[in-house]
Design a protein around this ligand. Structure first.
Ligand code: GAR
Length: 192
């Protein structure tokens, strides 16, 4: 991974809660010349989020904000984002709901990825529910964030066929691979 953080790139924060494969992928993307964003801050609500290792590896500033008191936590985050002149936020497996107040402050500049064909299957255990309902297709969606769970205007969506042999785990892996293609494409769509 070669770092190229141009001064003209949009300063971006990525919020995570877990594994961070989308974070890893976005960091890799941000280093490319044709990426409109640079990643300057990583926020996690969990101190043991596996994805934090990518912040360490790439020496990107990280902050743990526990969200025990959501209002106070959001205040802290807003201060941090302002201090670092962050103007764009990518949620990547971030499992907390952001308030209207917070989102208004970053009006139209917070996006999320979800592993389903929204508006279907919002929330948790997506793949399990999709398989239980014998769906033939699933996929992933990048969308603008509102204070309602996994809602907001869709930016891009990718549909995939579910095979008869798919289990929760194989479907998760298949869709994650597509997420890693879709998220950078959606960001380019916004800025170019
Ligand atoms: C991804 O599948 C992402 O779409 C999902 O969490 C996973 C995080 O994986 N997000 C949501 O369900 C949001 N409602 P990662 O930590 O490896 O990027």
């Amino acid at each position: 991974m070669k770092k190229s953080i141009g001064p003209d790139k949009v300063k971006t924060a990525v919020f995570i809660s877990g594994t961070g494969s989308n974070l890893k992928n976005l960091i890799k993307f941000s280093f490319k010349k044709n990426s409109p964003i640079s990643i300057n801050l990583i926020i996690s609500n969990k101190s043991n989020a596996e994805g934090l290792k990518y912040a360490n590896q790439q020496k990107i500033e990280k902050k743990i904000i526990n969200f025990i008191n959501p209002k106070e936590s959001e205040k802290k985050i807003i201060n941090l984002l302002e201090k670092k002149k962050i103007s764009f936020i990518c949620l990547a497996g971030f499992m907390k709901i952001l308030s209207n107040n917070f989102l208004k402050r970053f009006n139209g500049k917070v996006i999320n990825i979800h592993p389903s064909l929204l508006p279907k299957y919002k929330g948790l255990d997506t793949h399990k529910r999709v398989l239980k309902n014998n769906e033939k297709f699933s996929g992933c969606t990048v969308h603008y964030v509102t204070s309602k769970l996994d809602s907001g205007k869709i930016i891009l969506q990718k549909k995939i066929k579910i095979s008869k042999t798919d289990k929760e785990n194989t479907l998760r892996k298949k869709i994650l691979r597509e997420e890693h293609r879709l998220y950078p494409r959606a960001i380019k769509k916004i800025f170019y």
